[in-house]
Design a protein around this ligand. Structure first.
Ligand SMILES: [Zn+2]
Length: 219
């Protein structure tokens, strides 16, 4: 789920890439997708080639973006490792016990949040988003809500509209959706994880922690 800088190396510390069923990318900003490049190198040239191409659920244009790093306009050479499948509003797919549902959220590029369900447990993920109704619907009654808290105060983007959340926004979504646990992530440079956690916790009464590299959370 998302592939920001360094995530492929971290993933390999926890699991074998051969165990992946799919990759899910919320939007094409590099801090959420750049390590698809690392994954291509690992999978295509690093001895980690999957038995079948790995489904990559991502907004339109992901394959072209990735091929661009190789200086190529065609995307066919990626088909040995990745099987790109375009996300859209309401997209839902099953992989064994796992159901992945996408909703379009408010960002300055096409972006999706995710609701992942397995065995009656629900993980919801905001991706990057400003406040929007889809966030609350994705997070409804989730056991764990991984939510961005990027900005310290409400601010409009260049294109108009708020495209990230404050910690209080994250707490409000968690409270309204009655989630069991909130994990704040994507904490921006004008905040600290401690400040983001405390500010979200002032709004949401349930448990709140900040995401940390290597931390393990039960869903
Ligand atoms: Zn973004």
């Amino acid at each position: 789920m998302d592939a920001g800088f360094g995530s492929f190396a971290e993933l390999r510390r926890h699991t074998d890439p051969a165990r992946l069923d799919a990759i899910w990318i919320s939007h094409l900003h590099a801090d959420h997708s750049a390590d698809l490049l690392a994954a291509v190198y690992g999978l295509a040239y690093g001895g980690l080639t999957p038995a079948a191409p790995l489904p990559v659920y991502a907004p339109d244009g992901c394959a072209q973006r990735l091929a661009g790093f190789f200086g190529r306009a065609d995307v066919g050479f990626l088909s040995g490792v990745f099987d790109f499948r375009r996300l859209y509003e309401g997209h839902a797919i099953r992989h064994g016990e796992l159901t992945l549902s996408a909703r379009e959220v408010r960002h300055d590029v096409e972006a999706y949040g995710l609701r992942a369900e397995a065995g009656g447990r629900v993980l919801a993920y905001s991706g990057d988003s400003g406040p929007c109704p889809a966030l609350g619907e994705l997070a409804r009654d989730a056991h764990l809500f991984l939510c961005e808290a990027d900005i310290d105060a409400h601010r409009e983007s260049e294109g108009g509209g708020q495209v990230h959340l404050t910690p209080e926004d994250a707490g409000r979504v968690a409270r309204a959706a009655r989630v069991r646990q909130l994990v704040v992530t994507h904490v921006g440079p004008t905040l600290t994880p401690e400040a983001a956690t405390a500010r979200a916790a002032a709004v949401f009464a349930g448990p709140v922690v900040a995401a940390r590299v290597g931390a393990i959370h039960a869903v």
